[in-house]
Design a protein around this ligand. Structure first.
Ligand code: DAH
Length: 333
């Protein structure tokens, strides 16, 4: 075939092609090592100088055009094929798994606890993590120099103004959620029943069941004729709903300055008794601090260690795992 003949036919041929094999055959036919155009180009050297000058550049340009046309077609064909593939959706194939985050077990159990108490007509309120001496201790009947303060090793903060400094009302990171009892009663009148979930801080050495920060759920129910009987009923209901009917728990006498009598709640865990809450009947001095008449109002209060409840519920051996940030841990919940 002559150069002119090829030029006439090849572009039509490319146009008609619609699969990669045909296109490859065409490329070999013209541009392969023994391809027709290749042979023509190779034959140029045998022509006279003038002819070579005339035809050489034309032939080179044509070769380039042909290569471009083939490349373009190739793109077209592969695009067409992949589009076709996409159209064939196999609806019986399993879907791609969507990766989602995980809730920390403490968040999970807190949500559950909120629901349980809401269902028993309690309100959920939250306090502040930066508290002061008065609300965290004094108003809870733990005056300065009271030995009971030793039970709450405290992260004290620098006073931020003269007023705090003079009043001796030093700021601190709350050591328990109990100060919210005071703040709530300063603002509202009984009867009411609330829980206060929240984070607390202790200046302590850590071990498998102690952390410098952990979570508590405070409870407070105040009204006329509230007694320990009401307390026992609420606690038993709560624990049964959280852990199921077959739980082992007991109440033991205890001491906290802000209650009288004081009670501790213990649960059986790994054949040992573990303290999960402090509680008791609200001390008259606490009512006096918020201008309630202690002859008129009675109430009970409790403070659960949320981490301990979560350790029992999810069988977690070490409290420090909650705060370690290890994804292998969190992903299990
Ligand atoms: N605030 C106490 C603590 O952190 C726990 C506690 C004890 C809370 C007795 C109460 C209570 O409300 O009545 O150790």
């Amino acid at each position: 075939m002559s150069f002119e003949q090829i030029k006439k036919t090849v572009f039509f041929q490319i146009k008609e092609i619609n699969n990669p094999n045909e296109l490859e055959n065409l490329r070999i036919k013209y541009l392969g090592r023994k391809g027709e155009l290749t042979l023509i180009l190779r034959g140029l050297k045998d022509l006279s100088i003038e002819k070579r000058r005339q035809e050489g550049p034309l032939a080179q340009r044509f070769k380039k055009e042909l290569e471009e046309a083939i490349n373009k077609k190739q793109k077209e064909i592969s695009g067409f094929n992949s589009q076709k593939k996409n159209q064939l959706i196999d609806i019986s194939r399993p879907g791609k798994r969507v990766l989602s985050g995980h809730l920390n077990p403490l968040t999970k159990i807190e949500k559950e606890i909120r629901q349980i108490f809401l269902a028993m007509n309690f309100s959920v309120v939250e306090g502040q993590e930066i508290e002061d001496d008065y609300h965290n201790f004094d108003a809870l009947h733990i005056p300065k120099d009271h030995p009971a303060r030793d039970a709450w090793d405290t992260f004290w903060l620098k006073p931020i103004n003269d007023k705090q400094l003079k009043a001796g009302n030093k700021p601190l990171l709350r050591t328990h959620t109990s100060p919210m009892q005071i703040r709530y009663m300063e603002k509202y009148q009984p009867p009411f029943q609330i829980i206060v979930p929240g984070r607390v801080f202790r200046y302590e050495a850590t071990d498998a069941s102690h952390e410098t920060t952990f979570k508590q759920v405070e409870g407070l129910m105040v009204g006329e004729d509230i007694s320990l009987v009401n307390f026992k009923f609420i606690i038993e209901e709560f624990l049964k709903k959280l852990f199921g009917e077959k739980i082992d728990f007991e109440f033991r006498p205890s001491y906290y300055p802000f209650v009288e009598p004081g009670v501790d709640v213990y649960m059986k865990w790994k054949n040992k008794w573990l303290e999960v809450a402090g509680a008791g009947m609200v001390h008259p001095e606490v009512f006096r601090a918020v201008n309630y008449n202690p002859y008129k109002w009675q109430g009970f209060a409790f403070g659960f260690g949320l981490d301990r409840l979560a350790m029992i519920k999810y069988k977690i051996p070490d409290i420090r795992m909650f705060y370690g940030g290890d994804l292998r841990f969190v992903k299990q919940f």
